[in-house]
Write a protein that binds this ligand. Structure first.
Ligand code: DGL
Length: 259
């Protein structure tokens, strides 16, 4: 495997670009290949079997393109499919899960909130993880329809604000002082969320930690790209790319392909 081979990332849609941004910030010289499986979004309302099959198809495509490592830039895919993916493919596969640990260390009220998809919240992996924090009250909230609205280009709609108020205000009323964004689409909602919840509530996502972990794994495997020039980053969707383009810096290639 060559060090210049790309890092692959996939998500059900545009959400994983929040992870790509952290990767690109930390390792701007790495080549990256991003797959947005928008034809099949959202994943969060689908069965475990369907999520595993879609995730497998995406990783296979990235492996066929020569990726040296794959980041599952989707909490729903990670919590449902990471074991199957690691068994099926030889390259390192990095997953992303709701950042409960940092939230549990930061909370002063011993009350944290997790906003995530149904697929993540009902997964065995997530349920098992909750048991590791018996002293913290963890309020779980499914973000019904948030991903669908973002994918439809409705990030700044009144419907989005209404849904976020509906989900977040009861969490605040129960004493939450740390909010975990357990879906890679949700960091794009942070500016709106900040107008709904009090300033003392810390908002936490997993992006930076995943980027650091990825760098560590690449270093251990001697796969860090040692070129000094900026990496080539390509973004693929399997539907019209209009929405994806609004979430990708304009100088990068965004293309519609079949996968
Ligand atoms: N970005 C995905 C996640 O992190 C969204 C899942 C979906 O498509 O519902 O969970």
């Amino acid at each position: 495997m060559k060090k210049t081979n790309p890092i692959g990332l996939f998500d059900s849609g545009i959400g994983g670009t929040t992870i790509w941004r952290e990767i690109n910030k930390l390792m701007p010289n790495e080549n990256t290949l991003f797959l947005a499986d928008q034809k099949n979004a959202p994943y969060g309302t689908q069965t475990k079997e369907a999520i595993v099959a879609l995730s497998h198809k995406n990783v296979k495509h990235l492996v066929d393109q020569g990726c040296k490592l794959v980041i599952v830039a989707c909490n729903t895919a990670t919590t449902n499919a990471i074991q199957e993916l690691r068994t099926s493919f030889d390259i390192p596969i990095i997953g992303i899960e709701p950042a409960i640990k940092p939230a549990s260390l930061l909370t002063k009220t011993s009350t944290i909130g997790v906003l995530a998809t149904k697929g993540t919240i009902t997964s065995d992996l997530f349920t098992a993880k909750l048991k590791l924090y018996p002293d913290v009250k963890i309020i779980e909230q499914i973000g019904y329809n948030l991903v669908t609205l973002i994918e439809a280009g409705q990030l700044h709609s009144q419907e989005m604000r209404d849904l976020l108020e509906l989900y977040l205000i009861p969490m605040v009323e129960q004493g939450m002082d740390a909010l975990v964004l357990g879906c890679t689409h949700y960091p794009y909602l942070t500016p709106i969320i900040k107008t709904i919840i009090p300033e003392n509530v810390v908002i936490i996502d997993s992006g930076e930690a995943v980027a650091k972990h990825t760098q560590k794994i690449l270093r251990e495997k001697d796969l860090l790209n040692d070129n000094d020039s900026l990496g080539e980053c390509v973004f693929y969707s399997n539907i019209d790319t209009t929405v994806l383009k609004t979430f990708v810096p304009s100088h990068y290639r965004v293309e519609e392909i079949q996968f």
